[in-house]
Design a protein around this ligand. Structure first.
Ligand code: GAL
Length: 345
């Protein structure tokens, strides 16, 4: 009797699956929950906190496509060991996709081993593992943006401003004295942005003299402190500040503002990200320009890929680079188009 019931259930299941396949819409069955375990390197990072807010919204919007959709976000506060433990806890709590923003992008092995053991696919985001690590398993993906493009765009924005306004070269020596404020050493967005911003300025014919270079780890307060030291050393010699992100550009502006210097002795500042505070500073005219790092687009891509991985449908609609990466484009923001970006937030 028991066996007959089981056979009937199996037949029904087969018919169900056949119908679903016939319609090509397995996802309508809603038998599966979507549960994302997100591990973030540091929740106090301005860009990343906007990024994870977007992801929450994207996942909430998928709720009706699944038998519920949920997200848990863990903050590693800058410790890789903490993150490894958090990933284990996320797997134990039943997540079926992991979204990992590595603390140390060169050290993903423990997380990859865990995910493999429990067969949970990983979407890395924002902090890109090296190519060799991405080959460790076929269920590893990356969503981010092309660091080189952001550096080139920042260099172009700065060159356009310098060529359009001779007052930027305040001492009229035909050379732009500049400072670079960099993100974490070893992060793809620090090294590559710096190199490409400077190379682009040079290739646009701008003569440059580097008067200082400081690491401020994406952080506004650290950038303010570094900039205060540069102001002490070089007084009003600095004409341009290139920062690897908006928060550090804003920290540099804070340093000038806290000195009560007249605005005519300020350099021009350029950031990258287009965070809400960054865009507001562009609108006010204190930040000359920024390069929009599309947090919303990246979060959308992660949500779409997660849904495809869990439902088993839709992978063919995703345009991958190198078979497993998705790179969203950057764009340039100045006072002329900043309102469009503010409205998109
Ligand atoms: C960069 C972003 C920075 C910071 C960093 C963290 O892409 O521009 O502001 O958030 O990622 O990994």
């Amino acid at each position: 009797m028991k066996r007959r019931k089981m056979t009937a259930a199996a037949i029904l299941l087969c018919i169900g699956l056949a119908v679903m396949h016939g319609c090509g819409k397995v996802r309508e069955v809603k038998s599966e929950k979507l549960y994302l375990g997100v591990a973030c390197y540091n929740a106090s990072d301005t860009f990343l906190s906007e990024w994870t807010d977007s992801l929450r919204k994207e996942i909430e919007a998928l709720d009706s496509e699944f038998d519920g959709a949920a997200v848990t976000i863990a903050d590693a506060a800058g410790s890789q060991r903490t993150q490894d433990d958090q990933v284990k806890a996320l797997i134990d709590s039943g997540c079926n996709v992991l979204c990992i923003n590595l603390v140390d992008r060169a050290d993903p092995s423990e997380i990859i081993d865990l995910a493999k053991e429990y067969d949970v696919p990983i979407i890395f985001f924002n902090r890109e593992p090296v190519a060799e690590d991405m080959m460790q398993w076929d269920k590893l993906y990356y969503v981010g943006a092309d660091a080189k493009q952001s550096g080139i765009f920042q260099g172009e924005l700065a060159a356009e401003a310098i060529l359009a306004d001779s007052r930027i070269d305040r001492n009229h020596d035909g050379i732009i004295q500049y400072i670079i404020l960099e993100g974490e050493p070893g992060h793809q967005d620090a090294l590559i942005r710096t190199e490409n911003a400077v190379d682009t300025l040079k290739s646009e014919g701008i003569l440059l003299e580097k008067v200082g270079h400081g690491i401020a780890n994406w952080n506004r307060v650290q950038a303010q402190n570094r900039m205060q030291q540069f102001i002490d050393q070089h007084q009003n010699k600095i004409e341009l500040v290139i920062a690897n992100n908006d928060d550090m550009a804003l920290g540099a502006i804070d340093a000038y503002q806290s000195r009560n210097l007249t605005e005519s002795s300020f350099p021009v500042f350029f950031g990258i990200d287009g965070t809400s505070v960054g865009l507001e500073a562009v609108r006010e005219g204190v930040l000359a320009g920024t390069v929009y790092n599309d947090a919303k687009g990246q979060a959308e891509a992660v949500a779409k890929l997660s849904a495809a991985l869990v439902s088993g449908t839709g992978m063919e609609d995703i345009a991958f680079t190198k078979g497993k990466c998705i790179y969203l484009p950057y764009s340039k923001v100045t006072a002329d188009n900043v309102d469009e970006y503010i409205n998109m937030k």
